[in-house]
Write a protein that binds this ligand. Structure first.
Ligand code: 26Q
Length: 820
């Protein structure tokens, strides 16, 4: 029989063991005894992929037959996390696999650990895309990801002597990924550079000449829905040059094929690396090339499929939706226009109508430095035909604005797609979409009232909020199986399909045995985390201590430095009074800094300098430990989040569009200490004052300060001795090398404290104290944990995606959780 008979027949673990053993032999030409764990992992993944393949093909056939509306989620980033355990869970194979392997004396967990964690994203935005792929498949929506198959993922972070060092993330060492299907037959060609010749014979024709053409080869990764037989795809494009038929003429230097191969490698470098910056837009030519490469390859293949199925192009918006994840793929607007106009011969008005009704756009940031603007000359040289189309879009758009606001040049200039020598990608994305959404209530509010207020006034019907969500399958069932099981024992398993049902847990907040069981699960997860930290860093942490985690990209606005200042103050209390009554705490940090971001890198150094002092000071008597976990990735999050008591979500209000880590912590019963920003506000509304610790300036207050030129941090320095002390400690030799943290000192005091760290400090300390005192009241704390889990259902990705299905993509069938 075939490899997947064993599961299709549900024949059980014995057949599984046989099939697995045979697959090790087939794949590696080795017996089980002589295979390494990595080889065993690859054989298992291959077996699971075989199983996925049948459902992938069946799903595709079913969609075609039903003519189901397709959603294409275009994103420069996807951070899916490891896939083996997720696939086993979603395919319902966990048990048969675990027990089958046990028969062979193999521990499944050890094989799971052999998988590389694909790092094809920076952080929140890429992880959100992956959560949504999971939700779409699980809801039975025909939603697919389109991205880039970066040869190297986000850099690997190693810390030496407290400094971050970056290493290439060589995730495809074996030349291929075990989950993907390479589909060379579906290769698309993408054109760069050259020039455009215009011919007028009745109609205008645009002939693109002298371009460089690069092949885009798709690699499809199957994405399984949760126990529903659906398998969608994540299609990742790779730049490749086929030299098979390229003649190598010997030039006068006698080089021949060497040149051809050298050109091949230069061209293929297009998809070599992911840009490692998640908050500052970098106007690099290669980045724009990557964006167009993704957009053009994706749209060509989407349209080809549509046309091959004999569907009318005029029906495009009814048959499919194209969603763009931030402005990074916003060239989709112009590329879809190009294909409709030049390749399929439609007129402008019709093409524009089709385009705007097909495309929708999610904004993920209001930080001005992150808004994408491309210099015209660079844009025009790389994409001459696309630039012509953008110009035409801009002209028509500005004419429309002129009709609306005659004479208001200032407003028109502020909204124009091309202005001040640059192409404004957000303006292009808004003009070319029928829906624009923010990712939390406050973020959407700020978009409407500030960042995009002109556009909102022009087309209010385009704008809406859809608060982000995360997949509770990965973040609860997979990352915290003991908690999931406990919940099932208490309220049954319907919450898995319908996370709102987690609310029933509130009935158990006063149930002693349930509370104890929850505490036990948390303790076991803390122990698991402590063992990892001990093994990896030789640091012993107290599993009874309050574990407080701050894990996310390192950025000034996320204020890891404020967390550090609080720990310094806590330490100062011990130095002042060695017997101070301090609740034992473990502070965990993890996160990468953009390689060129000096201050963020110095924050990593500061965390290490502090850890070095505190972890070794006998006066502290182990009451405080500080740990920095290196190379933060999805797998580390799966380990840290279930083992944490407190979730640090302390950005300067108004700056974090949403945050999604906050939701994952909440699902796992950690209590948030947070500012009133992004989804923290929604969490606060869901759990109520008693079950979250909020503090600090509101977004309105922060924005008001900015309008009035900021505030004077020296006032606080002089008023609050604690602030003065920690500030001086940054530069007075308290840490070795007194000049090391001068940049931080200056930013806080001499450059106006742009992120309001000192302004929020006193309230932060106060609420940290309050939190610690409530933590030691175990019974009270358990109730908080339960309340957090119970109210986390609204943050499930399924809810978020159902909202997209309904309000953005207009999918005919309502997903189950929105059905009445
Ligand atoms: C742009 C141009 C050139 C190079 C890089 C970039 C770039 C790359 C990644 C700009 C931004 C990003 C990533 C942004 C991001 O992760 N934003 C986060 O998105 C989450 C999901 O919506 C939110 O929860 C976070 O609040 C937001 O910071």
């Amino acid at each position: 029989g075939t490899n997947f008979d064993f599961v299709d027949a549900m024949s059980g673990e014995e057949d599984f063991a046989i099939a697995f053993t045979a697959n090790v032999m087939k794949l590696h030409g080795k017996s089980l005894d002589s295979a390494s764990n990595r080889e065993k992992y690859l054989a298992l993944a291959d077996l699971v992929r075989t199983f996925l393949s049948k459902r992938l093909a069946d799903t595709e056939a079913a969609y075609r037959q039903e003519q189901k509306k397709q959603v294409y989620y275009l994103s420069l980033e996807f951070l899916p996390g490891r896939l083996l355990a997720a696939n086993l869970l979603n395919l319902g194979l966990q048990q048969v696999c675990e027990q089958g392997l046990r028969r062979l004396n193999i521990n499944l967990a050890e094989l799971i650990d052999q998988e590389e964690d694909p790092a094809l994203g920076n952080g929140g935005l890429g992880r959100l895309a992956a959560c949504y792929l999971d939700s779409m498949a699980s809801l039975g929506l025909a939603g697919h990801g389109c991205g880039i198959r970066y040869r190297y993922g986000l850099f690997e972070q190693r810390v030496t002597d407290g400094y971050q060092r970056e290493f290439p993330d060589n995730w495809l060492k074996e030349g291929r990924n075990e989950w993907e299907y390479r589909r060379p037959e579906e290769t698309m060609n993408v054109r760069f550079g050259g020039r455009v010749r215009t011919i007028a014979n009745g109609k205008l024709h645009f002939i693109h000449e002298n371009y460089q053409q690069i092949s885009a080869v798709p690699y499809d990764i199957p994405i399984a829905g949760y126990q529903n037989e659906i398998v969608n795809t994540l299609r990742l494009w790779s730049a490749e040059v086929d030299v098979t038929y390229q003649a190598c003429t010997f030039d006068r230097h006698g080089k021949g094929c060497i040149n051809v191969i050298a050109d091949k490698h230069a061209t293929e470098s297009l998809t070599d690396t992911l840009y490692p910056d998640d908050s500052v837009y970098e106007g690099k030519l290669l980045r724009l090339k990557q964006q167009y490469f993704l957009v053009s390859a994706s749209l060509q293949s989407i349209l080809r499929k549509h046309v091959v199925n004999k569907a009318d192009l005029r029906l495009l918006p009814e048959k499919l939706s194209i969603h763009i994840n931030d402005t990074h793929p916003s060239l989709a607007v112009a590329e879809l226009m190009r294909l409709l106009l030049d390749e399929y011969g439609l007129g402008w008005a019709e093409s524009w109508d089709i385009t705007t009704r097909t495309i929708s756009y999610t904004n993920h940031t209001v930080l001005p430095e992150a808004l994408e603007k491309w210099p015209i000359d660079l844009f025009q040289t790389l994409l001459p035909r696309i630039y012509m189309i953008v110009q035409e879009i801009n002209e028509r758009f500005c004419r429309e604005l002129w009709d609306m606001y005659p004479g208001d040049w200032q407003k028109i200039k502020a909204m124009a797609i091309i202005a001040d020598g640059t192409v404004h990608m957000a303006a292009l994305a808004i003009a070319g979409s029928h829906r624009v959404n923010g990712v939390s209530a406050i973020h959407t509010q700020i978009l409407k009232q500030k960042t995009m207020s002109d556009f909102y006034q022009l087309t209010p019907q385009k704008f809406l909020n859809i608060t982000n969500g995360v997949t509770h399958r990965r973040w609860m069932l997979l990352a915290n199986p003991d908690l999931a099981q406990l919940i099932c024992e208490a309220i049954g398993d319907r919450w898995i399909a319908n996370p709102d049902e987690l609310q029933h847990l509130l009935n158990f907040a006063h149930d002693n045995s349930f509370c104890c069981a929850m505490a036990k699960v948390k303790f076991a997860n803390k122990l698991r985390l402590a063992k990892y930290i001990q093994a990896k860093y030789g640091i012993a942490i107290d599993t009874c201590s309050l574990i407080d985690s701050h894990i996310k990209r390192i950025h000034a606005y996320k204020r890891q430095s404020m967390n550090v200042l609080h720990i310094m103050d806590l330490y100062n209390r011990i130095l002042d009074n060695p017997h101070a009554d301090i609740v034992p705490r473990t502070f965990i940090f993890a996160g990468k800094a953009a390689p060129g971001y000096y201050k963020a890198k110095q924050t990593i150094k500061l965390i290490h300098a502090l850890a070095e002092k505190i972890n070794h000071d006998p006066l502290v008597k182990n009451r405080i430990k500080v740990v920095f976990l290196q190379n933060y990735n999805v797998s580390h999050a799966e380990l840290i989040i279930p083992g944490s008591d407190v979730s640090e979500q302390i950005p300067t209000a108004s700056m974090e569009a949403c945050g999604t880590g906050n939701m994952k912590f909440m699902m796992n019963g950690a209590v948030t200490i947070g500012t009133l920003d992004g989804a923290n506000i929604a969490i606060w509304e869901a759990v109520g004052d008693d079950n979250i610790f909020t503090f600090g300036l509101t977004a309105d207050q922060v924005l008001a300060y900015y309008r009035n030129g900021g505030y004077n941090p020296w006032d606080i320095y002089h008023q609050d001795l604690r602030v003065k002390t920690v500030m001086e400690q940054l530069v007075n030799g308290f840490f070795p090398y007194p000049e090391e943290f001068r940049a931080h000192y200056d930013a806080f005091l001499n450059q106006g404290d742009h992120y309001f760290v000192l302004k929020d400090f006193a309230q932060y300390v106060e609420v940290q104290n309050k939190l610690a005192n409530e933590f030691i009241n175990t019974e009270l704390w358990q109730k908080k944990c339960i309340a957090n889990v119970a109210h986390s259902g609204i943050f499930a990705g399924d809810r978020a995606f159902a909202e997209y299905a309904l309000s953005v993509w207009d999918l005919a069938e309502r997903p189950p959780c929105l059905r009445q």
